[in-house]
Design a protein around this ligand. Structure first.
Ligand code: SF4
Length: 694
C-alpha cells in the first residue's frame, strides 16, 4: 500500500552514476518503498534498481557488531557463510575492534600498508579515507574502483582537456542533433540517462551506437556499428580520416582552441576506411556516412562507457573520442560535449575527493610542492609524500611480493571485482592484517582480521557527485542496525587511534574542510545542499545552480588549449588461438549492481535475475550442442567457471558475454589482468576463452 508510510526522506539512489533523487518512504524505521523525485538528473524517473533495490538494507546478513577473527579460525579463504560466520569471527566492542584494527595497521606501518576505498562512499568519507592513508602512513598508496572503471578516460581527459570530469551534462542531449554512444549499454547500466537518449531519437536526433555487442538502444539508433572487439581505435581513426580527407573539420575552432592538430592530421592519413574496414568489421561506406553525419551536426555529444575504457588501449580509445569532438568543434556549446558515463553513484565524487594515488583532492598532483604545502597547511599534521602511490592492481601485486602486508578496505570488494580474482584472493589471504569496513560479510571480508560494521546509504548523511558533476545531498532515513555506525565516524575513530588530531563531529565539518582545498566546490556549501538538494560544479556565484557546460572559452590546461593526441592501433593483450578460440567480455545487467552484494540481497531484483548466466549466439549454442538454459564451461588462461547459457543474437558468434555479479560463477576468475599503461586499467573487455558444454 503506497499510502502506508509515516514519513519520507529525500536522498539519492545508491546505485549508478546517473544520481537519481529519491524519496524514501519510511514506516516503523524501515524503508517501505521508494519514489523518484524531481532531481536535475532524473526529473522524477527511476529504473528498476532505484525503485525496487532498497531492501538489502534490512537483510538479515547485515553486520550489526564489530567482528574479530578467532584465534582458532580455519585458514583464510572464501569460506565464510555470511549468515553463519561464528566459526571464523567473534563479536567485539567498538573499542576492542578499533584498537585491534589500528594496532594491526600501525604494527606494519608506512609503505607496508595500503588503502582501497569505494565509489559507494560519500564525498566526505572518500576525503577522510585518502587523508587517513596519506597522513597516517605517510604515502599515497590509496586507490578505489575508478581504477577498474574510467581511469583510462580520466587519464585521456586530464592529458588533453585538462579536467577529468564531463564537459556537459547528459541532459544536454536535449539540444543536440547528433550523438554517439560507444562502448556503453545505457538501457541496462544507466537506464534513466537512456530515457533522455530515447527521447532525443524520438525527436529526430541521429543516434549513432557503436558496440561489439548488440543492445536495446539499437532500436532507437540511426546507425548501429557492431564493430570487432578491441578495434575501437581503427574504427574511430577511420571516421576521423574521412573528416580530414573531406575537410569537414572546424578549422576556426581548431585554430582558436587546440594544439597539435597538424600531428593528428598527419597521423590519420594512414587510416582510410577502406584500409580499416577489414580490421574493425564495419564497411567503408558506413564509416564515411558516420563521419559525415557527425561532422555535419550543429551540436553533437559523445557518450562512452567501459567498453571504451576497459582495454589495454583504453586511454587511446578515449584520446580518439576527444580528438573527434575537438576537430569538429563539439565542446563548450549547448548540445555538445564529451561525457564518459560514470559507473557507481559516487565515482566522480570519490575521485574528486582524492581517493587516487597520484592526485590529492581536485586532481592536484602529489608531486607538486606548492600543492602539498597548501594541503599541509590545512591538515596541520605531517609531510605529504611527493611520490605517486600504487594503483589497485599494483597494490595486490605488491602484496604477493611481500611489500604490502596490511590493508584497510572500505566498501570495496576486490575478491570479486579485480581481474584474475584468484590472484586477488590469494593476495588478501596473504596479508598479515586486513581491516574491512562494510555492511555485509562480502567476499573480501571473508579474508579480514577485523570487520567494522558500517552504514548503508539510507542510514547516513553525506554528499555524492554524479556523472553530471552534480553534488547531491544524501540524508539518513533509518538508523543503522545494531551497533553499525556511519563510515565517516569509523574512519575518524581509527585516525584518532593512529595519533591523528582529528576533531570532526559531523560530515558537514569534513565538507567544510573540503571547500578550503577544492576549488571545484567554490560557492557550494553544506547548507546550500541541504536547502537545494543538488548544485552542479562549477558554480559561479552563491546563487548559480552550476554550469551544465564547461570550456566554452578556454580549457584548464597551461596554455588554455585542448590537445590532439594521436592514437595508434594496439592489439588486445590476448588474441584467440586454437586453445582459446573465442572472445569473452564482461559487464553488468540491469537488475544487478557490480559484485551483487546489495542487489542479490534485494528481494525483487534477485527474483527477477536469480541465477548466474552468460550470453551466447544461438548458432554457437547449436554448435556446442547446448540448449538455452543449459550449462557451459568457460576457460581462460586464468581458470574455469561453469555457468548457465542464454541464447542472445546480440552477441557475435565468436563471443561470450558474462556479467560479473555472481560469486558462484565469478567472471573475474577468467578476466585478463593486463593493464593500460596510462590509466592502469585492466582489460576486462577482452579475454581469449574456450567455451564447452559443461
Ligand atoms: Fe538508480 Fe541509476 Fe537507476 Fe537512477 S538510473 S534509479 S541512479 S540505478
Amino acid at each position: 500500500d503506497t499510502a502506508d508510510f509515516d514519513r519520507e526522506v529525500a536522498s539519492v539512489c545508491p546505485f549508478c552514476g546517473v544520481g537519481c533523487q529519491v524519496s524514501l518512504k519510511i514506516k516503523d524505521n524501515k524503508v517501505k518503498f521508494v519514489e523518484g523525485i524531481n532531481g536535475p538528473a532524473n526529473e522524477g524517473r527511476l529504473c528498476v534498481k532505484g525503485r525496487f533495490g532498497f531492501d538489502y538494507i534490512h537483510h538479515p546478513h547485515r553486520l550489526t557488531k564489530p567482528l574479530i577473527r578467532r584465534a582458532d579460525a580455519p585458514a583464510k579463504g572464501l569460506n565464510v557463510d555470511p549468515g553463519n560466520w561464528q566459526q571464523h569471527f567473534r563479536e567485539a566492542t567498538w573499542d576492542e575492534a578499533l584498537d585491534a584494527a589500528a594496532n594491526g595497521l600501525q604494527a606494519i606501518g608506512g609503505k607496508g600498508v595500503a588503502g582501497f576505498g569505494s565509489a559507494k562512499c560519500t564525498n566526505e568519507e572518500a576525503y577522510l579515507f585518502q587523508k587517513l592513508i596519506r597522513q597516517g602512513f605517510g604515502h599515497n598508496n590509496v586507490d578505489h574502483c575508478t581504477r577498474l572503471c574510467h581511469a583510462s578516460s580520466v587519464a585521456a581527459l586530464m592529458e588533453n582537456v585538462g579536467s577529468g570530469a564531463v564537459t556537459a551534462t547528459f541532459n544536454q542531449i536535449e539540444h543536440a542533433d547528433v550523438a554517439i554512444v560507444i562502448g556503453a549499454n545505457p538501457i541496462e547500466n544507466h537506464p534513466v540517462a537512456a530515457t533522455y537518449f530515447k527521447q532525443f531519437a524520438k525527436r529526430g536526433g541521429k543516434l549513432i551506437v557503436m558496440d561489439p555487442r548488440g543492445q536495446a538502444l539499437k532500436r532507437h539508433a540511426s546507425h548501429m556499428l557492431q564493430f570487432r572487439p578491441g578495434a575501437d581505435v581503427s574504427m574511430l581513426n577511420a571516421i576521423m580520416h574521412v573528416i580530414v580527407e573531406e575537410q569537414l573539420y572546424d578549422q576556426q575552432y581548431i585554430a582558436a582552441y587546440t594544439e597539435n592538430w597538424e600531428a593528428e592530421k598527419a597521423h590519420l592519413a594512414d587510416f582510410s576506411p577502406e584500409k580499416m574496414a577489414g580490421i574493425c568489421g564495419i564497411d567503408a561506406e558506413t564509416l564515411r556516412d558516420v563521419a559525415r553525419t557527425f561532422a555535419g551536426a550543429k551540436a553533437a555529444m559523445i557518450f562512452w562507457g567501459m567498453g571504451v575504457s576497459q582495454h589495454i588501449h583504453g586511454t587511446d580509445n578515449a584520446r580518439c573520442l576527444i580528438s573527434l569532438a575537438l576537430m569538429t568543434g563539439q565542446v563548450g556549446r549547448p548540445g555538445s560535449g564529451l561525457h564518459p558515463l560514470r559507473g557507481q553513484n559516487n565515482v566522480q565524487g570519490a575521485s574528486d575527493a582524492g581517493m587516487i594515488p597520484m592526485f590529492l583532492p581536485d586532481y592536484q598532483p602529489v608531486g607538486d610542492q606548492g600543492v602539498r604545502t597548501a594541503f599541509q597547511e590545512v591538515w596541520q599534521h605531517g609531510e605529504i609524500d611527493a611520490t605517486k602511490g600504487l594503483t589497485v592492481t599494483e597494490i595486490l601485486d605488491a602484496v604477493h611480493d611481500g611489500d604490502i602486508r596490511a590493508m584497510y578496505i572500505l566498501g570495496e570488494n576486490p575478491a570479486m571485482s579485480d581481474p584474475d580474482v584468484d590472484h586477488a584472493r590469494a593476495a588478501l589471504a596473504k596479508l598479515d592484517h586486513l581491516v574491512v569496513q562494510d555492511i555485509f560479510i562480502t567476499e573480501t571480508a571473508n579474508f579480514a582480521d577485523v570487520i567494522l560494521p558500517a552504514s548503508a546509504f539510507a542510514e547516513k548523511s553525506g554528499t555524492v557527485t554524479n556523472t553530471n558533476r552534480q553534488v547531491q545531498m544524501g540524508r539518513p532515513a533509518v538508523p543503522p542496525p545494531g551497533d553499525a555506525r556511519e563510515d565517516w565516524w569509523i574512519t575518524v575513530e581509527l585516525a584518532k587511534r593512529l595519533g591523528l588530531p582529528w576533531t570532526y563531529a559531523h560530515p558537514s565539518d569534513v565538507f567544510g574542510e573540503m571547500t578550503q582545498v577544492m576549488a571545484s566546490l567554490t560557492n557550494i556549501t553544506w547548507d546550500r545542499l541541504e536547502a537545494q538538494n543538488a548544485v552542479t560544479y562549477p558554480s559561479l556565484t552563491p546563487d548559480d545552480p552550476g554550469q551544465p557546460i564547461v570550456f566554452a572559452d578556454a580549457f584548464p590546461r597551461e596554455n588554455g588549449r585542448a590537445r590532439f593526441t594521436p592514437a595508434s592501433v594496439i592489439a588486445p593483450d590476448e588474441t584467440p588461438d586454437a586453445d582459446y578460440p573465442m572472445i569473452m567480455t564482461t559487464g553488468r545487467q540491469l537488475e544487478h549492481w557490480h559484485t551483487g552484494s546489495m542487489t542479490r540481497r534485494s528481494r525483487v531484483l534477485d527474483a527477477v535475475e536469480p541465477e548466474a548466466n552468460c550470453s551466447l549466439h544461438p548458432s554457437t549454442l547449436r554448435r556446442l550442442g547446448v540448449e538455452p538454459g543449459g550449462m557451459v564451461r568457460l576457460t581462460t588462461r586464468r581458470g574455469s567457471i561453469d555457468i548457465m547459457a542464454r541464447s542472445d543474437r546480440a552477441v557475435a558468434p565468436d563471443m561470450v558475454f558474462v556479467p560479473f555479479a555472481y560469486v558462484e560463477a565469478a567472471a573475474n576468475i577468467l578476466t585478463n589482468p593486463a593493464i593500460d599503461p596510462y590509466g592502469k586499467i585492466p582489460e576486462f573487455k577482452f579475454a581469449a576463452v574456450r567455451v564447452e558444454k559443461a
